[in-house]
Design a protein around this ligand. Structure first.
Ligand SMILES: [Zn+2]
Length: 154
């Protein structure tokens, strides 16, 4: 299979190793860059502080169903379920953000989990592996679920 975005051979992978195209998604949807991922962590931290945590939580619960967190919404990023090849649903986001990240924090050494994406072929963090998710940039909200599916708890 050739990558629809750059034309390089990208057989049997979830993402193109040359341009970052997510091969399970429409052409033009690329993995978020390392810079954007780290920028997202920083922005998330700022948003949590500025909203005293509670505001962030309410905001997050309203948009989890579209595969986003507050920082990801601001930065036009989206978490994708690899199996379903579409935006992660509410419970997958809940699992990824709270359960997977907490478990990894307990067993991790220093900040290594945050840097995992630097050497991962699909720029996955460990919590992405636990939740089987990818993080892509979705500048035009192309992958936003239809409102009916938005409440789908998949
Ligand atoms: Zn490519």
């Amino acid at each position: 299979m050739n990558c629809p975005t750059c034309g390089q051979v990208a057989a049997g992978d979830v993402s193109c190793q040359f341009c970052g195209q997510a091969l399970i998604l429409p052409p033009g949807i690329l993995l978020s860059t390392v810079g954007r991922r780290f920028g997202g962590y920083l922005l998330e931290f700022v948003l949590v502080i500025c909203t005293l945590g509670l505001g962030w939580l309410i905001w997050a619960f309203m948009i989890f169903g579209g595969g986003q967190t507050p920082a990801k919404q601001v930065l036009h990023m989206r978490v994708i379920s690899i199996q379903q090849a579409r935006a992660a649903g509410w419970w997958r986001m809940f699992f990824r953000e709270f359960i997977a990240k907490t478990l990894i924090a307990f067993v991790s050494v220093f900040l290594i989990p945050y840097f995992w994406l630097l050497w991962d072929r699909n720029r996955q963090e460990l919590w992405d592996k636990m939740a089987t998710t990818l993080v892509v940039s979705d500048p035009t909200d192309q992958l936003r679920p239809h409102s009916r599916e938005y409440t789908d708890s998949s």
